[in-house]
Design a protein around this ligand. Sequence first.
Ligand code: FAD
Length: 441
Amino acid sequence: MVRALLTDEGSRRAAATDRSGHRPATLPDAVVRATTVEEVVETLRWATASRTPVVPRGAGTGLAGGSSARAGEVVLDLSGMDRIVAVRPDDQVAVVEPGVLTADLDAAAGEHGLFYAPDPASAAISSIGGNIATNAGGLRCAKYGVTREAVLGLDLVLADGRRVTTGRQTVKGVAGYDLTGLVVGSEGTLAVVVGATLRLRPRPAATATLAAHFDDLVAAAAASAALTAAGLQPSVQELVDAAGLEAVDAARGTALRSRGAALLLVQCDGHGARTEIDAVAAVLAPFATSWRATADPVEAEELLAARRAVLPALERTGDVFIEDVAVPRSQLAAAVAGVQAISARTGVRIATVAHAGDGNLHPVVVVERGTPVTEGAPWEAACAVFDLALALGGTLTGEHGVGLLKRTWLHRELGEDSLALQRGIKAVFDPLGILNPGKGI
Ligand SMILES: Cc1cc2nc3c(=O)[nH]c(=O)nc-3n(C[C@H](O)[C@H](O)[C@H](O)COP(=O)(O)OP(=O)(O)OC[C@H]3O[C@@H](n4cnc5c(N)ncnc54)[C@H](O)[C@@H]3O)c2cc1C
């Protein structure tokens, strides 16, 4: 068996769940902390021979219970495979192992005047393998697309231990079915990612950032939709409500809430950044109570850091269930108004933060510590948000994945025929069903 097999209770407890709030009743049997592809191959061959379910795990920052594991299962922890194998500026690609932290890759690309575009708010603590498995989004995905747009090729280990390479090192290529695109977002249910060839981009020549404040969240959401309708394409377009601002102020000593009940944070980049931010200001002016633009990167980073701090700040105020619905961007104001109505009707506290440029909302159900979030009134409120998103033509999950927690809702969005097709694909990759069972589809 592989060298890095851990069976002590501390290791099993540390690998039992993610940041979703899901608490499995039992612990996994063991944790394999792989540092080489050979160890991954060996683990999966053994798992196939012994019919043991395997739960791939990156950094454990997931918000859908995707890397939660229980008795009878073995966790395959890939965080130790953390080498940036190559950054090739001439081709604008990087080759990495799955455990590399997202922000570390971006920093390494920066040394060559490049950047890695997908930047989940968790970039400092989440892994590229986890980002690929969840098709993670982020702040600047409004302009540059989500993780799938940045993945050119993958090195995979299949459930039976076979190694497969998908995709390519070129920017274009259409040979065969797009297995790379299929594995991205598959939540560890089709294959284990042991390497990736990723697209980098030239760092923008300039950025300009604008913070707009509003009397209420619905006006801020309408303003965000107006930016899209006006044909503007900021690189960042993020919305935070009053509860989120209050939590950030308490955690960071800022005074954002005093400036309004909602904040829309917009960043434009490239040679025309200043001109574009002026156009943004003109569109927002009829909606906003005040706004301020800056070209100072330090001030801009302070604002972005405040946005990234919203979820951890809310986690300080109670136990949370973080929703991840997405709606067509023209429906953003209807969505936030609907969430407010659900909160008022159920009496459940819901704070909302959104990747507004993508129409991707994170209504955060906040409960007193120790209160279960997946039953009673909190779950009723969460389910009402799912219903609302589907009614507005949206989806249950924009970027966090289905994991464990949204599985019972999936047939409502996909329908039985599509689900059956997807289960057929799963059976081709993993006929014994040992890879992350009970997650995703
Ligand atoms: C404060 C905070 C902010 C966040 N902000 C964002 C955000 O802006 N955008 C966003 O999209 N998400 C966000 N997230 C959620 C989370 O960070 C992402 O889902 C991230 O992609 C998970 O990466 P991870 O390495 O932690 O994966 P894990 O949580 O370890 O695993 C996630 C899923 O990927 C699978 N997996 C992990 N590694 C592999 C691998 N090598 N091969 C196959 N399957 C694998 C697991 O089985 C699981 O299903 C946030 C989370 C937190 C705590």
